[in-house]
Design a binder for this molecule. Structure first.
Ligand code: 5GP
Length: 203
């Protein structure tokens, strides 16, 4: 794990934003955190994408129609949202995040780069973590290995991933995803460390 610079987080920040290129394993790392740390709340995004086999509404995503997504945007219900891979829209429902933070519980978002940039604009005190593959070849292998996308979609996602990799320097911390358990443990350590820092005005 490397810190790009002194973290902007003051210790009052309990929001961690995890982003990184497509197929780096953000979802798997987030699932590992969910399984091992029930005290860490992870946002469930709304999406217009259709569920994949095994995905459960309200657990993996809130699967909504285009009309419902439009309504959520219009009524200001999304903290951030983005069109990802030119295929579907994804967004973070604002209410639950605000409620969890107000209750003083640690919260985590697992979102794409465009979304992370929007959160940075509105909640700059959050801790921004970039999850990186061990190498480009490994990223390609993971994307192909997942086998859930068509050839055309894979090509598009790889092009997106190349651009996304270049955004590492915008983040506070980088974690290299060599192995899911280790990456999840690093992430949790960051949240715990973050919580243990005293607020800046108590120093
Ligand atoms: P997938 O369709 O493979 O589950 O996810 C595709 C991409 O959407 C991933 O890069 C994931 O991080 C991103 N994503 C998931 N939820 C959100 C969200 O609420 N907002 C944004 N901006 N991206 C999201």
């Amino acid at each position: 794990m490397t810190r790009a610079s002194a973290p902007r987080s003051t210790g009052r920040s309990r929001l961690l934003v995890l982003a990184g290129p497509t197929a780096v394993g953000k979802g798997t790392v987030a699932a590992e955190v969910r399984a091992t740390r029930p005290d860490v709340w992870i946002s469930v995004s709304a999406t217009t994408r259709k569920p994949r086999p095994g995905e459960v509404d309200g657990v993996h995503y809130w699967f909504v129609s285009d009309e419902e997504f439009d309504r959520m945007i219009a009524e200001g219900e999304l903290l951030e949202w983005a069109m990802v891979h030119q295929a579907a829209r994804y967004g973070t429902p604002r209410g639950p995040v605000e409620a969890v933070l107000a209750a003083g519980r640690p919260a985590m978002l697992e979102i794409d780069l465009q979304g992370a940039r929007q959160v940075r604009a509105t909640m700059p005190e959050a801790l921004f973590v970039f999850l990186k593959p061990p190498s480009w070849d490994e990223l390609v292998r993971r994307l192909v290995g997942r086998g859930t996308e068509t050839e055309e979609e894979r090509t598009r996602r790889l092009a997106t991933a190349r651009e996304e990799l270049a955004a590492e320097s915008e983040f506070d911390v980088t974690i290299v995803n060599h192995e899911v358990h280790a990456a999840a443990a690093e992430l949790v350590a960051l949240m715990v460390l973050d919580l243990e820092q005293p607020p800046i005005d108590n120093l």
